[in-house]
Design a protein around this ligand. Structure first.
Ligand code: PRP
Length: 203
């Protein structure tokens, strides 16, 4: 569940009826165009060699699916899942593996595919375990990058969009498991309408 972006807001229970709204930040057409560019950049960097994409569940599923289909030539892919220790309000910064890869990455050109680089803790952990498995090359592709939030020195080799420090959902990114299916990336705001309504009623 992606609540790590929102360090100060716990996910509301479904019964609380907190008002939520989403404002489009990156429309689907821009996402599509940018992914095509990234795919060609990746292919150009590695000539006609086979590429192995590793998607980080669950947020990266749509990005991986679209990226893989835009890269010409031989491409295989696999998935890995991790979760952070800590509660919804406080990340401990520790990451643990909850689903490992199906196949070895030894000797392969591996592109780790992420929906978002936030603090960088997840990617820092993944890169450390992948390095030990002796890939030929190890690169990172992130659709979104929030450099302001970074607490590790991790960087992506391929970045779709650098975004401000806002809570984003859609195109794989969730809030309490919802919004992943939105076609655009949007900024989620919570409770604002409720506040406006309350202010209005005092007039
Ligand atoms: C999100 C996102 C990245 C990670 C980035 O995953 O998909 O994997 O957080 O955050 P970091 O840079 O601060 O480590 P999350 O654990 O929320 O799981 P999800 O992909 O299933 O939504």
């Amino acid at each position: 569940m992606t609540t790590k972006q929102l360090k100060t807001n716990a996910a509301p229970r479904q019964t609380e009826h907190v008002h939520e709204s989403v404002r489009v930040l990156i429309p689907r057409e821009r996402i599509k165009k940018r992914i095509k560019q990234l795919a060609h950049e990746i292919r150009r960097d590695f000539g006609d060699q086979p590429l192995h994409l590793v998607g980080v569940l669950k947020g990266a599923v749509f990005f991986l699916a679209d990226l893989a289909r835009q890269i010409p030539g031989e491409v295989s892919f696999d998935f890995i899942a991790v979760s952070s220790y800590g509660d919804e309000m406080h990340s401990s910064g520790q990451v643990r593996l909850t689903r490992d890869l199906d196949s070895s990455i030894e000797g392969k050109i591996v592109i780790v595919v992420e929906d978002i680089l936030d603090t960088g803790m997840t990617m820092h952990y993944l890169l450390s375990i992948f390095q030990q498995r002796k890939p030929l090359h190890l690169r990172v592709a992130a659709l979104l990058d929030k450099p302001e939030r970074r607490i590790t020195a991790v960087q992506a080799d391929y970045v779709g969009f650098r975004i401000p420090n806002e809570f984003v959902v859609g195109y794989g990114l969730d809030y309490a498991e919802r919004y992943r299916n939105l076609l655009d990336v949007g900024i989620l705001t919570i409770g604002k309408a409720e506040k406006r309504k309350r202010k209005g009623s005092k007039k």
